[in-house]
Structure formats: structure tokens, C-alpha cells
Design a binder for this molecule. Structure first.
Ligand code: FMN
Length: 373
């Protein structure tokens, strides 16, 4: 073991102190984590190009020369632009009626704001391209893609000094991205919040690490403590990528109702299914996911149709702050998120606990050496 097991090749690549990456939709969390010596990536898939430019400017003002990342989604089959109404017309009657029944039976109100799906890069080819162009023009230090293989962007990114990280849920996806020359792979297990595959973090990470050579592997899915960070390093990862961990932080702009739900949740309170977006996704359980899991529920629709069905429910639940309806993407490690701490404190607690774990292992090994041996 090196003298500092947390000083990994990811730290060297990014010039960061700790191999901890935060994925977040909140700029304040990005600034706090980066300034605490970690790394953070802002999810911008729902933002217009102008908003992305403004956010990048804001982050630069807060973190100076320190690196940060921007995340977009690049699904393989983004529908053509301006086709949302057409897509809605194609939703089959059975699923439409089932969604209407949920809305009626649970007294789900009408959303107050416009349902802003047209901005999501995953539903609009022009938007996805324009978002990507901004990331290239702004020469952000790191670009990551939560959905889709970013291999096609590598040349353009590398020529501008941008590193590209790909997020994968299966070893075969990792192989393709490694062959294309990706800078780092985030190996995300099924424990994770949001869109995720069926393979557990404990199986996926070492499998991907074994094929990665010098390319850093970053473990994701269920990482919410320093013990997880230490375990990830032992599995062959050069760092961790975390999402759930930051949702209830002081800086997080998540609704207080969501924060309280997360603080109270255990590993048994998340559900893995297709009812929210049509793709496998892990979230907190809620009325919507419970209803679609019932034996009499129709089959969920493929993306993007299922997303068009769930959008009104989600927007209404949030607009009206209906505690009984609201939910959020959350990973199985949520049970360890029990306090609303500042993001900086979360970074330091993770580091301290991981170092304690490594010290404990070393101390145990030392005491196991026979005298004179
Ligand atoms: C509220 C929330 C929203 C997310 N949205 C995205 C997203 O837009 N793009 C993406 O790449 N990953 C997204 N993720 C997944 C994270 O990037 C990360 O892979 C995941 O949270 C890791 O698992 P963990 O939550 O157990 O730490 C989201 C996660 C959360 C908690």
C-alpha cells in the first residue's frame, strides 16, 4: 500500500487532492466540492446553451483555475426536434388511460409551470447538438456523458484540451469506449441513482478495471461513505463518482421535502424500473412507481414515450410541493445519508473515514505478522 492510498492516478490526471467526484445539478455543490479538493460535474442536460454558458462563467468565478466538468446526455436515438406533440399522439391508449387514472385517483393537480421537456437534450436533436457545441467552445476541462457513447466527440474534445469520461453499466460498453480512446471510465453499478444497468458495483468495477490498463476507472453506484471509497480503491478504481451523497447537502437546491425523504430513506426505499423514463432507472419509491409496479398495470413504454407520460405527474408534484407524490432519483446507499451537512464537510468526512479504514487494514496486517517473522 502506498503512503497515501487516496493519491491515485485520477488525482494526478485532474490535479485534485481527493479522488472524489460529485455529480450534481446544483452549481453551489460544484463550487463547494471543487474548493474542498474534490472534483465536481454539473448536470446540464435540461439547460439551454445560454444557461450552460452562464453556469460555466459562474463556476469559473467561484473556483478559479481548478478543474470541473459538464455532463450532458447523448442517447443513441434522440428524436428529431419539434416532434414532442407528434410523439405524444403516438402514445397507446392503454398506457395513456392508466396514467390518467393515476392522476385522477391520487388527485394529482395540474402543473403550474410549463413541462420543460423540450429543453432536454435526450428529446431534441438540435438541443443536444447545441449543448455539445457550447461545451466544446467553452473548452470545459472535462466533459462527461451519462447516457450514450461519447466516442464520436473525442477528437473535437481532445483538440481543445477537453478530457472525456464515459459512464458505463456493462463491461462491453467499457471495452468499446476504451478502444475509442476515452480518458476515464465511470463504471456504474445497479445500486446507483438515475439511469443505471443491472450489474452490481462490486462485480462491475473490478471487471472494467481489469481491462482498462492505465486508463483510470471511477466507481459509481451506492458510494455514500468513506468505507465505500476505500472499497472502490481496493476494487481497482482510481476514484468514486457520487450522486445521491450531495442531494441533501446544505448547498443542494433540492426541495426540503425531498431532502427530508432522503434523510429518512433506507436502502429498501428505492425502486429500479422503467416507469419514469422508459429506461431502467433507480429512484425513491413513490405513487407513480408503485402504481406501475402493480400486477394490473400495463407494460411501460420505451423512451421517450414513458417520459412524456410521467412528465405531468412529476412537474405537478414538484410545483405543488405534494409530499405524498414527490420523489427523486436516489441510489441504494441513501441509508447512509442521514445528516444535512455542508458539501465541504462531506468531502472531508469521506476522506477521513477512508483513511481510517486503510489504517485499520494496515494495523491488522502488522499485528498478524509473527514475531521475528
Ligand atoms: C438526482 C439525480 C439526477 C441525476 N441525473 C443525471 C444526469 O442527468 N446525467 C447523468 O449522467 N447522471 C445523472 N445521475 C446519476 C449520477 O451521475 C451518478 O451516476 C449516480 O448518482 C451514482 O450513484 P449514487 O447516487 O449511488 O452515488 C443523477 C443522479 C441523481 C441522484
Amino acid at each position: 500500500m502506498t503512503s497515501d492510498p487516496l493519491r491515485t492516478k485520477l488525482c494526478d490526471m485532474l490535479d485534485i487532492e481527493y479522488p472524489i467526484i460529485a455529480f450534481t445539478h446544483c452549481k453551489d455543490v460544484v463550487a463547494a466540492v471543487v474548493n474542498a479538493g474534490g472534483f465536481a460535474v454539473l448536470g446540464e442536460a435540461m439547460h439551454s446553451p445560454d444557461e450552460i454558458v452562464a453556469d460555466i462563467k459562474w463556476i469559473r468565478e467561484k473556483v478559479g483555475d481548478k478543474p470541473y466538468g459538464i455532463d450532458l446526455v447523448l442517447p443513441s436515438s434522440v428524436p428529431p426536434s419539434d416532434s414532442l406533440d407528434k410523439l405524444k399522439d403516438d402514445i397507446p391508449e392503454e398506457q395513456r388511460q392508466f396514467a390518467e387514472r393515476i392522476i385522477k385517483e391520487h388527485d394529482v393537480p395540474t402543473p403550474k409551470a410549463e413541462v420543460a421537456l423540450h429543453k432536454w437534450g435526450g428529446l431534441n436533436q438540435d438541443m443536444a447538438r447545441a449543448q455539445l457545441d457550447v461545451v466544446l467552445e467553452e473548452k470545459v476541462p472535462v466533459f462527461t456523458s451519462g447516457l450514450g457513447n461519447p466516442a464520436f466527440i473525442l477528437e473535437a474534445a481532445h483538440s481543445r484540451g477537453i478530457k472525456v469520461f464515459g459512464l458505463v453499466g456493462r463491461a462491453r460498453q467499457a471495452k468499446k469506449e476504451l478502444e475509442a480512446g476515452i480518458d476515464a471510465i465511470i463504471a456504474q453499478g445497479t445500486d446507483a441513482a438515475g439511469h443505471t444497468g443491472p450489474i452490481g458495483t462490486f462485480s462491475l468495477v473490478p471487471e472494467v478495471a481489469a481491462m482498462a490498463g492505465d486508463t483510470p476507472i471511477i466507481a459509481a453506484g451506492g458510494v455514500t461513505t468513506g468505507r465505500h471509497l476505500a472499497a472502490a480503491i481496493c476494487l481497482g478504481a482510481a476514484g468514486v463518482w457520487t450522486g445521491t451523497l450531495w442531494l441533501a447537502s446544505r448547498e443542494s437546491d433540492s426541495d426540503m421535502i425531498i431532502k427530508e425523504k432522503l434523510l429518512a430513506a433506507t436502502s429498501d426505499d428505492t425502486v429500479y424500473g422503467r416507469s419514469v423514463s422508459g429506461m431502467p432507472m433507480r429512484t425513491l419509491k413513490c405513487v407513480w412507481t408503485d402504481e406501475w409496479a402493480k400486477p394490473d398495470a400495463p407494460k411501460t413504454l420505451p423512451a421517450p414515450y414513458q417520459m412524456l407520460l410521467s412528465a405531468d405527474y412529476i412537474q405537478a408534484a414538484n410545483d405543488h410541493r405534494r409530499e405524498d407524490l414527490m420523489f427523486e432519483a436516489a441510489g441504494q446507499g441513501v441509508g447512509f445519508v442521514t445528516e444535512m451537512k455542508p458539501a465541504r464537510q462531506i468531502v472531508f468526512d469521506l476522506v477521513e473515514e477512508a483513511l481510517d479504514v486503510f489504517d485499520g487494514i494496515t494495523a491488522d496486517a502488522d499485528s498478524a505478522v509473527p514475531a521475528g517473522g
